[in-house]
Design a protein around this ligand. Sequence first.
Ligand code: ZN
Length: 77
Amino acid sequence: MSEKLVITLESMLTCPECGFSKREIMPVDACQFYYECAACKAVLRPRPGDCCVFCSYGSVKCPSMQNQHSVGGAAGR
Ligand SMILES: [Zn+2]
């Protein structure tokens, strides 16, 4: 795999309850706040400071966070 300036839309979500991992496609235009584990049906929510479940439990940050990173975080309030 070569490093490119592309936003990754695939993330491995790992359930903190049972450790089950599943590959999910992230929505580009919205943050996902709730995610139901396919194995134990636990509903995951983002940890404090995280904007979505992918930032908290995924292997890859969500698309908007990836964007901020490459731009430099100039977006304030
Ligand atoms: Zn689970």
